[in-house]
Design a protein around this ligand. Structure first.
Ligand SMILES: *Cc1c(COP(=O)(O)O)cnc(C)c1O
Length: 491
């Protein structure tokens, strides 16, 4: 029998003894000023080490990435772009930003990269304004009697939309895994654009590209948006680009969730968004395993507009985070990261199969990426009850609506499970199959309680204490066998 080599949970260069010294010294320095913060940092490591983290949007960055953020780059103002700053003394920030952008271009095979966005939402906002700036003629503003946005009545978003000629955005519906920033009202994108969304096939749960095409032809959006945070399947970006071209739309792909699978060459060909999207936006802290932040890749015709992200919608760049992005991208360019990314996808399949064979019901019946959407109605629970019963048992997930959710977005009917974080700890097939077993055990044992108003509560539930305790012990066993930051001696 051959031993499968586990992906190195950290960068291959990880030096546990040097990292231990660095963190112990840092905590001593911090503790001298505010010991409660030093204690909270120490406790956060302990908590992360001892929880079975299946939050699909989270990961564990390497100490190299984390340490890069704690220094004097945080003190520097650097509005502008490399070589064109509005502040003096940016020579080292220039080195950092240029290197981060170069690594991003090489990693993703992109012609242009912008590494300033502070988060995924910011990256999308920069992308939206870039398309408006690049494609919408000023006469639309003049016709609407608006010289510039300062002439708008406060909060008059209708006027703003009209000023831009009522531009339209077609994105994936929130109900089937789309993201708030893709044209939904609570986010500014929903106020900037007239919005429509595409769903998934009610039987298969998959995107039906013919339906998207028909919608696009009728709706004629300026922006066609693809990308998701809770869709467990691949998206064919070649087809999305074809549709965008047919209707004259700009294709923006938000790969916030699955950028690690693109970087690790799990998503190639028509499933790699970068060659097809006019603009690709991402976070850097999810499956990509970098610092908390955002980034944009774009085809050259959008570069000059994306470059104006700061000060258009961003504050001064976070130079210390751009430095950490450079380190994370450098890590992702190493062969070990491709091994990691493949393991993330393989582990998701193992988790899905482990749930299916024990009677679980999955949205779309499986997975082709890093996440699984478990429909918990077959256990007689709401998503909220399932999420809470799992947390009681040491398993951290988040509740999520399923398509046509009978319980609405707040209580919901699903839990979203992701493999990036635990794969970074070195979990493989055996650990994920065991995790599936633990999840099914807990959800089978949990029962909804009666609501005060009669009928079943959507929030209250009962979980036998022995099941919670047994699961916690079983989870601790697999976590201890796969330590987070092995050898990092902080307690
Ligand atoms: C997480 C996510 C974002 C937002 O990222 P933040 O860094 O939290 O702003 C945007 N789009 C998608 C698809 C996401 O999953």
């Amino acid at each position: 029998m051959t031993e499968t080599v586990k992906p190195n949970p950290l960068s291959p260069e990880f030096n546990a003894s040097a990292a231990s010294t660095a963190y112990r010294s840092a905590l001593e320095v911090i503790g001298a000023v505010e010991p409660r913060i030093a204690a909270a940092i120490t406790q956060e490591l302990a908590d992360q080490r001892s929880s079975l983290k299946l939050i699909a949007s989270e990961n564990y960055a390497s100490p190299a990435v984390l340490l890069t953020m704690g220094n004097w780059f945080s003190d520097k103002y650097a509005e502008g772009t490399v070589g064109h700053r509005f502040y003096a003394g940016c020579q080292n920030v220039d080195t950092v930003e240029a290197l981060a952008a170069e690594h991003a271009r090489e990693l993703f095979g992109a012609e242009y990269a912008y590494v300033q966005p502070h988060s995924g939402i910011d990256a999308n906002l920069v992308a939206f304004w870039s398309v408006l700036a690049a494609r919408v003629e000023a006469p639309a503003l003049v016709e609407a009697g608006v010289r510039n946005v300062n002439d708008l009545a406060e909060n008059d978003w209708t006027t703003l939309r009209r000023a831009f000629g009522d531009q339209r955005l077609l994105g994936m519906s929130l109900d089937v895994g789309g993201h708030l920033t893709h044209g939904f009202r609570p986010n500014i994108s929903g106020k900037m654009f007239t919005h429509a969304s595409y769903g998934t096939d009610p039987v298969t749960g998959l995107i039906d590209y013919d339906v998207v095409r028909a919608q696009a032809k009728e709706f004629k959006p300026l922006i066609l948006m693809a990308g998701y945070s809770a869709y467990p399947r691949k998206v064919n970006f070649a087809k999305m680009r074809e549709i965008a071209d047919e209707v004259g739309a700009t294709l923006i792909v938000d790969m916030a969730h699955f950028a690690g699978l693109v970087a690790g060459k799990v998503f190639t060909g028509e499933f790699n968004p970068v060659p097809f999207a006019h603009i690709t936006t991402t976070t850097t802290h999810k499956s990509l395993r970098g610092p908390r932040g955002g980034a944009i890749l774009a085809q050259p015709e959008f570069a000059e507009f994306v470059d104006r992200g700061c000060p258009m919608v961003l504050g001064g760049p976070l130079s210390h985070v751009m430095a950490a992005k450079a380190v994370a991208f450098a890590e992702a360019r190493q062969p070990a990261f491709a091994t990691y990314a493949q393991a993330v996808a393989d582990n998701a399949v193992t988790l899905a199969e482990g749930l299916l064979k024990r009677g679980g019901k999955l949205v779309t019946g499986g997975t082709e990426n890093h996440l699984v959407l478990l429909d918990v109605t077959s256990f007689g629970l709401t998503g909220r009850q399932a999420e809470s019963a799992l947390v009681d048992s040491g398993i951290v997930t988040n509740r999520n609506s399923v398509p046509q959710d009978p319980n609405g977005a707040w209580y919901s009917s699903g839990v979203r499970l992701g493999t990036p974080a635990l794969t970074s700890r070195g979990f493989g097939a055996a650990e994920f199959d065991r995790t599936a077993e633990l999840i099914v055990d807990v959800l089978t044992a949990a029962t909804p309680l009666s609501a005060a108003s009669g009928g079943l509560s959507k929030a209250k539930y009962n979980l036998p204490a022995d099941v919670a305790a047994k699961t916690q012990a079983a989870a601790a066993e697999i976590l201890d066998a796969n330590p987070l930051y092995p050898g990092l001696d902080i307690s």
